[in-house]
Design a protein around this ligand. Structure first.
Ligand code: R5P
Length: 298
């Protein structure tokens, strides 16, 4: 079956590598706003009987969602056989329980929406905390890629004497794997989030690691408060300025500059969300997974 890829909201590098490695066609479409700000979709490529891939990183998701769902529906109307979403960053994973009475469990509602419009989903390190797997909320086949290998290679090649640090319990899953693969010691800190922009971090005694370079690893950098608070605590503990690594570079508002100003050595992210800090390219991993699924006819 012919495979055709539409790049909606993703780093060109990922789309180009997918095209080159999988021999899929790059589809053409037009998205524009009518004067009343409703969305107009026009698919220019022939998608009849095709296996369609929509590439869309879902940071800042609310604006992207309607066009995305309309495109999925349009290609199906035009005869596409299978419509898969590759969302290197998957949104709405953090509101996975009712923290306060009256709140919506939006991770569940979002999963139901995506499962309704797509036949399959590929993503990178979704924020699975209280849920163990996407399969608990997504009813379509889901495939998850992990950035840990690439992060540890980067650390090995670029940091001498690293100590890998996870800012909170939730980060332990990445930190442990990354540290093992990078053959580095690790520590997991404790975090209490008091609000969107307020976190408290406590660190254990780190005296034995004074000559190491702290490498903070987290899945998401959003307000960067988690990283900034950790940087402060490391400074108080007289550790060296840390390298901060995030998988998904959300960086809301002025968060990137705030983190750079906090006294870090470097800020590095993967290209799941396009950002100036992207240094770790996951396009080959994504392309290889698409090739594997095609071979296995999934
Ligand atoms: C926590 O649940 C996540 O793993 C990250 O630590 C968190 O999303 C980072 O958010 P922020 O940059 O807003 O502190």
């Amino acid at each position: 079956m012919k495979q055709i890829l539409f790049n909606l909201f993703v780093d060109e590098k990922i789309a180009n590598n997918l095209k080159n490695m999988t021999n899929c066609e790059i589809g053409e479409l037009m998205i524009r706003q009518f004067p009343d700000e409703e969305t107009h979709i026009k698919i220019e490529s022939d998608v009849k009987n095709c296996d369609v891939i929509l590439l869309a990183s879902l940071d800042r998701p609310d604006k992207k969602l309607l066009p995305l769902l309309f495109i999925a529906e349009t290609v199906k109307d035009l005869g596409a056989k299978h419509v898969r979403l590759i969302a290197p960053y998957l949104a709405y994973m953090r509101q996975d329980k009712q923290f306060y009475p009256g709140e919506g469990i939006t991770s569940q509602y979002f999963a139901a929406l995506i499962s309704h419009y797509f036949d399959g989903l590929i993503t990178v390190d979704p924020h699975l905390h209280r849920r163990r797997s996407l399969k608990e909320i997504y009813t379509i086949p889901t495939e998850v890629l992990h950035a840990a290998d690439k992060l540890s290679i980067w650390i090995k090649e670029n940091v001498s004497d690293p100590i890998v640090i996870g800012p909170d319990k939730e980060s332990e899953q990445w930190v442990l794997e990354v540290a093992n693969k990078a053959e580095a010691p690790f520590a997991v800190l404790e975090k209490i989030r008091r609000g969107d922009n307020e976190v408290e971090i406590s660190i254990p005694a780190m005296g034995q690691y004074k000559n190491h370079t702290p490498v903070l690893v987290d899945d998401i950098i959003s307000t960067a408060r988690t990283m900034i608070e950790t940087v402060k605590q490391l400074k108080n503990a007289k550790m060296k300025p840390p390298v901060c690594i995030g998988i998904h570079a959300i960086f809301s508002g002025g968060a990137y500059q705030d983190l750079l100003n906090a006294g870090v050595e470097k800020v590095i992210t993967c290209n799941t969300i396009q950002h100036a800090s992207n240094q770790i390219d996951l396009s080959e991993d994504i392309a290889q997974l698409v090739i594997k699924l095609k071979r296995e006819k999934i």
